[in-house]
Design a protein around this ligand. Sequence first.
Ligand code: ATP
Ligand code: MG
Length: 765
Amino acid sequence: MAESPASVPSAAAAAVSGPPWLAGLNPAQQAAVEAVDGPVLVLAGAGTGKTRVLTARLAYILLTRRAWPSQILAVTFTNKAAREMRERVGHMIGDAVEGLWLGTFHSVAARILRRHAELVGLKPNFTILDTDDQLRLIKQLLQAEGIDDRRWPPRVVLGAIERWKDRGLTPDKVPSEDIGEVAGGRLLRIYEQYQERLRTVNAVDFGDLLLHNLTLFLTRPEVLAEYHRRFHYLLVDEYQDTNVAQYLWLRLLAQGHRNICCVGDDDQSIYGWRGAEIGNILRFEADFPGARIIRLEQNYRSTAPILAAASGLIARNSGRLGKTLWTESDGGDRVRIHGLWDGEAEARWVGEEIEARQRAGDGLSSIAILVRAGFQTREFEERLLTLGVAYRVFGGPRFYERQEIRDALAYLRLVHQPDDDLAFERVVNLPRRGLGDAALRIVHMRARADGMSLTAASAALVGGGDLKPAARKALGQFLDDLDRWRRMAADQPHTDVARTVLDESGYTRMWQADRSPDAPGRLENLKELVVAMAEFENLAGFLEHVSLVMENADASGGEMVTLMTLHAAKGLEFDTVFLPGWEEGLFPHPRALDEKGGAGLEEERRLAYVGLTRARKRAYLSFAANRRVYNQWTAAIPSRFIDELPKDVVEVSADQGLYGSGGFGGGSGGGGGGSRWSYNASEPRASFAPARPPPMVLEGKALAVPPRPAPKVPFQRGDRVFHTKFGYGEVTAVEGDKLSIRFETAGDKSVIHSFVKRAEEAGQA
Ligand code: ATP
Ligand code: MG
């Protein structure tokens, strides 16, 4: 480091409290931190401090001046994890950490690729495509090849191409036995054309980032040598989920100094469906001779019952390396398992428990709801909205995926990069400029014939006679506008450019003229987009950010419940974790079982293990007896994973009337009688299996759900009521246990009757 950094502790201070990078770590963790020379694999279960060790190791390397920040490459699983690691290291060394190569595989690979784009036939300002653009492109290629895209949906074709990319296979490397049936056996041809097309429009997809890096390193030894010289230390988190391309990339980079440290847990490998290779972890010793394997066994995250539940579950898997896990913590609540009537009841129950946590003084940020499938969030979102509980959907439908945002981004991309054909296509006639299909077909044909971008083809056509005069004029105007905005972008703030583009293009006006109810929200989003841009230095930086954001951090920064998929929750921890929807047909997910059989089931079980081990203090599992799919009710039975949990660490309950003596049990399923689910975990019981309620489907036929036992609602129309969040109001309708209330300040809301009390009881008549 340049000058003597004040943050290096004095020898005396270190002698008293030990060096700061080892503070609070156990001996095995300390060994993992200080073993910086040569290859190291830290193989350990959830919550044993793998990520913490990696962070301490980074600080150690810096503080002992083994390397400059710019000589360290650290790879995390999400951008958020990278941000956190950067902050923590900064905190430990008492300084900002400038120059570190710290990010996801994709972001680091993008950074490398921009520096050498020309060497693989791209320009440095290449666009990173999103899924939408990819699909559109595949669709076009299928059409051009005369392949029926109902038989071979673009999603399937793209998925198959991406699997090749995950395996590091460029079209010339795809083995002939791998060609298969997809796209009528013409997948390789589509893949070739797809890559060609991407290069023409100066774009890459996510898989290409790694793939082009590999090509670069393999064909340009001098470039690889440069990175060998540069990176003295490599650190990798969540190693169990690397795919082959990422693995090859790491192996090439590690050839230089050989100081590579990977941390991972084979029991948390949950991305097999996306090409992750658990074999990478098993092969580590063979690939890096002399590698040290360090095991960590103490779990610091979870209470004993949670850890026991998770360990008991994962012990059912056969394909595992096997690990010991223990905790010093004793006490702690059992894992709660609760059965409910349907999805709505489940969401209501979760909402109630969240409010109970709030009353107990917990912050909302200490709570997460982890779902197996994205669609599950809707029910909880609605519930939380009703309750006025702040939440965010993490990694879900994001701001940048909204239609108007995508349109606006297409304009900006096109300003930034004239060859971006997909952006061109998206906005050339949006708002309508009188450029019909016929005109656009001519532009396309010209582009394909002359091997140029749509912008270039348009410019050529504007000067010629192939287009009708009206189209020629409209297209010419569009190109002039783009030129003007590009000139503006050269010397004016990118936020001004964005506003100008949106106004002058007529895009904003289009939504202003739109009378649909969601138009005002879209206009607000467009404004917010400009706000978001202001955080970046320039348009290029912003567009790069948008293509790379994997998660959507909330700007308001207050306390919020987190909703996300189990997959996205890897590496995170929360005091309280809700795990809803543990039902056969949902979790384990049928698709995983169909596609991969036993291996699929084991991956689902690992996902369950990941879910449980996110919880520090409380884990709540739930299942519903009835689910609605489209307009049909189907009966569900509890997930087999619930049966597999050790009995002595769980506590099972169910809503009244469910599987029991209440209004429903006797009727449909053929006698759920008795109170089987009022099971108390302290009574030893051999298995849940015999207690499993009979499914509520007769001969596989979905039944209409019998009416829920009518709740007694102590309110009627016209009653004056009080709600702790919404204040005073008047009941306008009663439906089931739900009240429609017109609140004086909060407006019309629908709430469960148990959330309000009579106005007079609240102290106001
Ligand atoms: P996962 O497998 O879920 O990614 P992990 O092995 O990376 O887990 P960390 O997230 O690093 O585990 O650590 C889990 C929790 O335990 C964190 O809150 C961390 O701060 C804490 N922790 C780790 N090591 C110690 C320690 N020696 N003393 C006290 N707390 C620790
Ligand atoms: Mg971790």
